[in-house]
Design a protein around this ligand. Structure first.
Ligand SMILES: [Fe+2]
Length: 150
């Protein structure tokens, strides 16, 4: 094994678990780059789930695989097959539209901070926090770690 940044990755993603991250919210990490602080994951949000208001410190790309969702702060609805880009500093709140759960591939280039209504930071997610949550979940359920850490 070498440590080149160009090293390829083949991942049987079906073997990576859906890790609970909140009420009706799960993520499946595909690649976590601790040095760059970036990560790629599938996000699954069930009907009643919501990703609370947050601010991204880096840009985000998203490709919707199933279901529909929107940001409360926007007019558009992202549907299966749609692509979304959000610049860094964007603040939004993600909510599912319709009855079906959504699954979306997110590429996240830096931490994001959860905000309250007065824009106070009340929590954060980073590449390390996603990794920690994934590793703890695998340890709890005896799941082998996938080669997703770079
Ligand atoms: Fe976001």
């Amino acid at each position: 094994m070498h440590s080149s940044a160009q090293e390829e990755l083949y991942l049987a993603a079906s073997k990576v678990p859906w890790v609970p991250q909140g009420d009706g919210i799960y993520f499946k990490p595909l690649r976590i780059n601790r040095k760059a602080g970036s990560w790629i994951n599938l996000l699954k949000v069930q009907r009643a789930g919501r990703v609370n208001r947050h601010r991204h410190l880096g840009p985000v790309e998203a490709y919707v695989l199933a279901g529909s969702w929107r940001y409360l702060e926007r007019d558009w609805v992202a549907k299966a097959g749609d692509f979304v880009f959000e610049a860094d500093d964007d603040i939004h709140t993600l909510e599912v539209v319709g009855d079906a759960e959504m699954i979306t591939l997110f590429s996240i280039h830096g931490p994001f901070e959860y905000l309250d209504d007065q824009d106070n930071v009340i929590g954060a997610e980073t590449a390390d926090s996603k990794l920690d949550r994934y590793v703890r979940h695998c340890e709890q359920f005896g799941i082998e770690l996938a080669p997703i850490i770079f």
